[in-house]
Design a protein around this ligand. Structure first.
Ligand SMILES: Cc1ncc(COP(=O)(O)O)c(C=O)c1O
Length: 369
């Protein structure tokens, strides 16, 4: 048997017949960019997340970048985030003109360690970007307290957390910061047939600015109020995402069930550290990530057994060649560095068959026996 890390085909086949007439109408009318499909999706996604506004863009990276620019964050400013995330979080900060400042992660949750943030704040700090990694939300109450105390913007990187909930506030990821940023990259819990992203916010001003910024700084064609970019969502992606949104809760539930099965099956393995769903988070298992000192051997063993795995992420950002100019040395952010050496993601997607889940479990157990 072969079990890939992810298989998108089944899910996409499932919705094809549902949206075929919508595809035909986009094609027949040659309306490929923004338009009613995108607007409908924006409305439904805002309701789903519980925010007043949602502005669709062409990627999670754009969502992060435009969120920063819309809030006037740029040259001379500092933005706090983690080194243990996908590089897009930091690329957005750099392209806004601001400087990323790294705060290490908490060993247990693998998300930002709120206790270490105050030390990283300077008069130049303008924002914090917590990352809801692997689909578990960060502990938002302490982060909100810090943001309010130092008058900082709080921008949620919710690119991996569609539908995840922060239980103390009964709120969804993307609805607790000044804005939330989502990716609809094909492997995400809610995924496009290409690229896509969204900014969610309760601020009319941020929503309005992001809307202009995504379309060359204009509200009216060829009249440009600010310098923007082309970050518009395509009509086809609006159509696909709007259709898939109906199934998101059901798919997330299936992800949780598979994660639960894995965790039960691996509970007695001493050399493995299971993902800890913190008590404040109702996660959506974008990824199921275990930690083990034997990571590389486990990866090779599973590959031989036909089980696909991933490393999210093998090298923390402060040690990446592209970010060397920030001046961080090895040892500067030890929790991220250790975590990066030990993590391994196991196959997890809603369409996984029970037999496939069982096969992965047997293979992992065989390795540790
Ligand atoms: C945590 C995180 N931030 C940002 C992004 C960027 O999203 P996109 O690939 O849609 O630009 C991703 C997605 O890959 C991500 O996982």
């Amino acid at each position: 048997m072969k079990v890939p890390l992810i298989n998108l085909t089944k899910q996409n086949q499932k919705i094809l017949s549902e949206i075929s007439s919508g595809i035909s109408s986009i094609f027949e009318e040659s309306r490929f960019i923004l338009g009613k499909e995108v607007e409908e999706f924006e409305g439904n996604f805002a309701s789903y997340c519980g925010t007043r506004f949602a502005v669709a863009v062409n990627s999670g990276t754009s969502a992060l970048l435009l969120s920063l620019i819309a809030q006037g964050i740029g040259r001379g400013d500092e933005v706090i985030t983690v080194p243990f995330t996908f590089i897009a979080t930091v690329e957005a900060i750099i392209f806004s003109g601001a400087r990323p400042v790294f705060v290490d992660i908490d060993e247990r949750t693998m998300t930002i360690d709120a206790d270490k943030i105050a030390r990283a704040i300077t008069p130049r700090t303008k924002a914090i970007i917590p990352v809801h990694l692997y689909g578990e939300v960060c502990d938002m109450n302490p982060l909100r307290e810090i943001a309010d105390k130092y008058n900082l913007s709080l921008i949620e990187d919710a690119c991996q957390a569609h539908g995840a909930e922060y239980l103390p506030l009964a709120k969804k990821a993307g609805s607790m910061g000044d804005c939330g940023c989502f990716s609809f990259y094909p492997s995400k819990n809610l995924s496009a047939w290409g690229e896509g992203g969204m900014v969610t916010t309760d601020s009319e001003e941020i929503a309005k600015k992001v809307k202009m910024l995504r379309d060359h700084g204009s509200e009216k064609k060829y009249y440009h109020k600010m310098i923007g970019l082309n970050c518009r969502m395509e009509a086809l992606q609006g159509l696909v995402l709007n259709c898939k949104l109906k199934y998101l809760d059901k798919w997330n539930e299936r992800r949780r069930a598979i994660a639960h099965q894995y965790s039960e099956a691996f509970r007695d393995i001493e050399d493995i550290c299971l993902p800890s769903s913190p008590p404040y988070s109702r996660g959506v298992y974008h990824l199921y990530v275990v930690r083990t000192a034997e990571r590389d051997k486990l990866k090779n063993f599973l590959q031989e057994k036909g089980v696909g795995t991933g490393l999210h992420y093998p090298l923390p950002l402060h040690l990446q060649d592209s970010l060397r100019d920030l001046g961080y040395q090895e040892g500067a952010l030890p929790v991220s560095e250790k975590t990066a050496r030990e993590i391994i993601s196991l196959p997890l997607y809603p369409e996984m068959e029970d037999t496939e889940v069982g096969y992965v479990i047997d293979a992992v157990r065989e390795f540790f026996q």
